[in-house]
Design a protein around this ligand. Sequence first.
Ligand code: DX5
Ligand code: ZN
Length: 219
Amino acid sequence: MKLAASILAADFTRLGEQIAACEAAGADWIHIDVMDGRFVPNITMGPLVVEAARRSTRLPLDVHLMIVEPEHYLADFAQAGADGLTVQVEACPNLHRTLQQIKELGKRAGIALNPATPAVAVGEVLDMADLLLPMTVNPGFGGQQFLPAVLHKVRQLSRWVAERQLSVDIEVDGGIEPETAPLTKAAGATVMVVGSGVFRTGLSIAESVARLRQSVADA
Ligand code: DX5
Ligand code: ZN
């Protein structure tokens, strides 16, 4: 399973250092949560921070857009150095076109689904996605509790991907810790996004990453 470290939980006074520590610890991707105070009740970061992260690491930048009308900002985030752009299906009335735009920018296209959104919402565009992200918390904040009810959707999406012989990552995001990560792997997840479980454990970043890896080693 790949590990994407979510910098939402990082110490922003030392962001570059913390990203470098994630890379040294063997994280696979850096996950960047963009929130606009409209799609979710919180405001976080924009292209400026993506651009700073780009200068701190060679790891792929996995940008999660929790914003309304993401189509207006895709080019800005691509320009800032994003490798993957994930939009929320609920924010995209013209999802097919939005995915086309991401592809035209040469980026990996991701679709996130809120806990209340059924898997069928992405059924018609599965073959256009590089990544599906069934959210395991309601988006907006780090440090929330994992919602086990989402596991069936992880299983359903990974079954569809296998049946159609697609090469699509299934990412989980929210409340991922050594206790919950193995459940998501068993359900078919291929990428875990981890914020608190990397940056706020009381352990070093390296120890936290190792503990997460260990937890899924034989799941
Ligand atoms: C939540 C964000 C997550 C968040 C996860 O809306 O999409 O990426 O950083 O944080 P943890 O791992 O603390 O639940
Ligand atoms: Zn996220």
